[in-house]
Design a protein around this ligand. Structure first.
Ligand SMILES: [Zn+2]
Length: 80
């Protein structure tokens, strides 16, 4: 499925799903599978107004909507 690019108005833009971080410090959180429109004609990548609205909704309700995921981290202790 291709869509019309908001920036240059040409067809052929595609949606990629990416993980993005939002906010800073204690308020920081990740959203997975954020749809980013990327356009091969003008090289622009952007979020649609709809996506921004949904991100805002997630941000307001992030305590209910986020899952705590603990990522194991190892410390590299050897010499180079
Ligand atoms: Zn474009």
């Amino acid at each position: 499925m291709t869509i019309v690019c908001d920036v240059c108005g040409k067809k052929g833009a595609r949606i990629r799903r990416v993980t993005r971080s939002f906010g800073k410090g204690k308020a920081a959180f990740l959203i997975e599978a954020v749809p980013v429109v990327s356009c091969p004609s003008c090289g622009e990548s952007y979020l649609t107004a709809n996506t921004l609205r949904e991100i805002e909704r997630i941000r307001l309700h992030r305590r209910q909507l986020t899952k705590d995921r603990v990522v194991p981290v190892a410390t590299f202790g050897g010499a180079a």
